[in-house]
Each structure stands twice: as structure tokens, then as C-alpha cells.
Write a protein that binds this ligand. Structure first.
Ligand code: KIV
Length: 310
């Protein structure tokens, strides 16, 4: 196995930290790139232990962690708290911070200031922006400020309302042509990668083939350089409706409900905590302690009895 290969079967200590040149090399060698989201210390340690290549602190945190019903509601402050926690759990994957809606669109100055804030405060190594159009110019400004940028095309949840809802994009020739233009423009702006979300596989494949930079798909078929899934979706922590492109590799929600349910039953039934969960004390120390509290109880009872009436 080459020293660059990252897998959960490779001991963590032998894994090489991901870099942008290594990522580009993986694309060129046809080695699939694995990306997952993470939002806190435990999810970051799982991503680290599983040997993924890229970790995105996604604004999908809005839905899967913070309980909002839309990603555009999450703030920069919330993303920074989550990003800091993720940083503490990661060593080798490249960490990318998702720029929340409102943190980059208004001007190049705002975009650069916010991207710098994301990098400095969370310790992530790159940022991600959604959509084409004005975001291409913002991406260029951030890249020129020395910060690596990942683009995101197709279904861009921050602007889902404008796109007509959470549905596949690029399904007409006209929309696919625009996506191709946006992808080329993001590449020219200096982005190191582009995510394609909910895009017909043939469209993603055709655009990916024409791009020199890394492409990451989520609901965009198998032809992109890599794949990304939301941590809570792939583990089955999320419940309810799941997008067509999600593959659930575990049912962690059911496992958690079962465990917390059994704990509740045992507390209510008196079988937890058991003798194996309690701390022991030396008999003599215990006897001393009990004598002391009994003497005190006696003394205060006497003080009460003798208290003069006022
Ligand atoms: O926020 C997120 O999780 C994302 C991925 C789906 C790419 O943007």
C-alpha cells in the first residue's frame, strides 16, 4: 500500500496528512476521494479513525445538529463553534469550513474577511461557497487572499427556495449548460474543487471530465473524483425523509433510542446503578463518618431544645 493511501485499515499513525497537491494527484490517478461532513469532536474522531480524505463542517449542521429546517438560518458564530470542535478531533483529513448564507455574497471584502475568520477561528484549511454567478467572483477574491476554495453547484441548499425547492438541478439542456459555465468559471477563479449536488449522473460526468480540478459528487453519480455524504444521514442518526442519493450504512438512531430506553428502564426498575458501578470506602472511614454525622445531629437537636424563647 503506498504511503499516500488512506483507509481505516491503515494505522492512524501511518496516515499522511491530506494536502491540496495530494488531492489533485488522487484525482489524476483515478483514486476515489472520500469526503464526509462532521460537526463536533465525536464525529471528527470517527472521520479521522475511518481514514477519510476530506472533512466538511457543512452548513447542513443547521438541519442535522441544530434543528433548523433550512440551512440558510445557521450563523457564522454557530459554524465557528462547530468548526472549533471538529478541529480538535482531526489530524489527517483536510478540513473545509462551509461559509454560511450571508457571510460572503454582499462583497469581495466581506467574503475575504469572513473566510479569514473561518480559517483563523476554526483552524480549517479551506472554505466552501455555494452557487455560481456572484459566488465565482467571491471565490476568486478569497483565493487571491490565499485561502483555498471549494465551489458547490447543482442543488445549493442556501438558495433552495429560489431554485424551486430541494430537487435535482441541471435537468434541462439549458440548466446543464449554465452549470457547465459556472463550473468552468469556478475553476478559472482558482477553486481547488467543486461539489455537484443532485445533478443527473451524465451531466456531472460530462462536466467533471472537462474540469482539471477535483470534483466531488453527492447525488451526482460515480464519475466525479470523489463522493460526500452527510455524517448523520449515512449513519442513520437523521430520521424522516431522506434524499434519494443517501445510502444509510447504519441505524444509529435506533441503537441510541434502544440504549437510552434500556437505561431508563433500569433506573426506574432499580437495577442501575449496580454494585459494579459504585465506589467503595474503607469500613473504618465509613464508621467515623457516620459517628460524626450522628453526633452533629444530636448536637443540633439539643441546641434546638435549649434555644431561649424571645
Ligand atoms: O452542508 C453540507 O453538508 C454540504 C454537503 C452536502 C456538500 O454542503
Amino acid at each position: 500500500m503506498s504511503s499516500g493511501v488512506r483507509s481505516h485499515t491503515v494505522p492512524a499513525a501511518d496516515r499522511v496528512a491530506m494536502s491540496l497537491p495530494r488531492l489533485q494527484e488522487m484525482k489524476e490517478n483515478g483514486e476515489p476521494i472520500v469526503m464526509v461532513t462532521a460537526y463536533d469532536y465525536p464525529s471528527a474522531t470517527v472521520a479521522e479513525a475511518a481514514g477519510v480524505d476530506l472533512v466538511l463542517v457543512g452548513d447542513s449542521a443547521a438541519n442535522v445538529v441544530l434543528g433548523y429546517d433550512r440551512t440558510d438560518l445557521v450563523s457564522m458564530e454557530e459554524m465557528i463553534v462547530l468548526g472549533k470542535a471538529v478541529r480538535r478531533g482531526l489530524r489527517t483529513p483536510l478540513m473545509i469550513g462551509d461559509m454560511p448564507m450571508g457571510s460572503y455574497e454582499a462583497s469581495d471584502e466581506l467574503a475575504v474577511t469572513m473566510a479569514q475568520r473561518m480559517i483563523k477561528e476554526t483552524g480549517c484549511q479551506a472554505v466552501k461557497l455555494e452557487a455560481g454567478g456572484v459566488s465565482v467572483q467571491r471565490a476568486r477574491a478569497i483565493v487571491q487572499a490565499g485561502i483555498p476554495v471549494m465551489g458547490h453547484l447543482g442543488l445549493t441548499p442556501q438558495t433552495a427556495t429560489a431554485l424551486g425547492g430541494y430537487k435535482a438541478q441541471g435537468k434541462s439542456a439549458r440548466a446543464a449548460i449554465q452549470m457547465h459555465e459556472d463550473a468552468m468559471a469556478l475553476e478559472r477563479a482558482g477553486c481547488f474543487a467543486v461539489v455537484f449536488e443532485a445533478v443527473p449522473a451524465e451531466i456531472a460526468a460530462t462536466i467533471a471530465e472537462r474540469l482539471e480540478i477535483v470534483t466531488i459528487g453527492i447525488g451526482a453519480g460515480a464519475a466525479t473524483s470523489g463522493q460526500v455524504l452527510v455524517f448523520h444521514d449515512l449513519l442513520g442518526i437523521t430520521t424522516g425523509h431522506m434524499a434519494k442519493f443517501v445510502k444509510q450504512y447504519a441505524d444509529v438512531h435506533a441503537t441510541m433510542v434502544d440504549a437510552v430506553g434500556r437505561y431508563s428502564d433500569e433506573v426506574r426498575g432499580g437495577s442501575f446503578p449496580g454494585p459494579e458501578h459504585v465506589y467503595a470506602i474503607d469500613d473504618e472511614e465509613l464508621a467515623d463518618f457516620r459517628r460524626h454525622v450522628d453526633d452533629r445531629a444530636l448536637a443540633s437537636a439539643k441546641a434546638w431544645e435549649w434555644e431561649p424563647l424571645t
